[in-house]
Design a protein around this ligand. Structure first.
Ligand SMILES: [Zn+2]
Length: 228
């Protein structure tokens, strides 16, 4: 049996990875530009970049772990409640599921039939999917989510960091900003392409916000920076 492959399945993890890398590029590049525009030395620029990479990756991991874990906890609690309801009120649960199908457009007779057959097959699965909207009970893996978003952030952050290490200091701000915008545009185009969306608007959007963020931090750095 050939299963039709929809883009939304693939886009989920790719979108998360691209978002993480975007974050990594943009926040690290912005921080580097802020320190550079405050006339920081190469050493302080690189230290800021490394700190941005580590702090960002850790914060992504922690945030993602907590969010996915609490999502999984909620789903588990919901399923437990549902299991209990199925045990204690079989007739009520049949009616409840049938009512959901009626609301989706089936006539009451057919809805009742569908509910009965699906519940005979796997009552908890039917209620999880059509009542709670949980399609894959084991979908959420907090540790995997944490590691992959930390990794994608670090991968993004490494790009402006490497550029800041090898570029001559008087060209550093220009080159970091320009390469970061190119990386961002490339990722934006990739994400749009993979998602089947129009490539140009997606690319322009991410480039615009990237340029804005870097301009703001550069301005702030210059404002607070000590003039030599
Ligand atoms: Zn139910």
């Amino acid at each position: 049996m050939v299963k039709e492959k929809h883009r939304t399945e693939r886009v989920g993890w790719l979108r998360a990875a691209v978002l993480g890398a975007n974050d990594g590029i943009l926040s690290t590049a912005s921080l580097i530009l802020g320190v550079a525009s405050a006339h920081g030395s190469r050493r302080s620029i690189v230290v800021a970049g490394v700190a941005a990479l580590v702090a960002g990756a850790m914060s992504m991991a922690a945030g993602e772990y907590v969010s996915v874990h609490s999502q999984a906890d909620t789903e588990k609690a919901d399923l437990e409640l549902e299991r209990e309801e199925l045990r204690s009120d079989d007739i009520g649960e049949h009616k409840e599921l049938a009512a959901i199908y009626v609301a989706r457009g089936l006539n009451p007779q057919l809805a009742k039939q569908v509910a009965t057959q699906l519940m005979a097959h796997d009552a908890l699965e039917a209620h999880a999917r059509d009542e709670l909207g949980i399609s894959d009970v084991l979908a959420a893996n907090p540790m995997q989510a944490a590691l992959s978003s930390a990794a994608s952030f670090a991968l993004g952050a490494v790009m402006p960091l490497l550029v800041s290490m090898i570029t001559p200091i008087d060209l550093l701000m220009f080159v970091v900003a320009a390469t970061s915008l190119i990386f961002l545009a490339g990722l934006g185009a990739l994400a749009a392409y993979a998602g089947g969306a129009k490539v140009l608007p997606g690319t322009l959007r991410v480039t615009f916000w990237g340029a804005l963020a870097m301009a703001v931090t550069t301005g702030v750095g210059a404002l607070f920076g000590t003039k030599p």
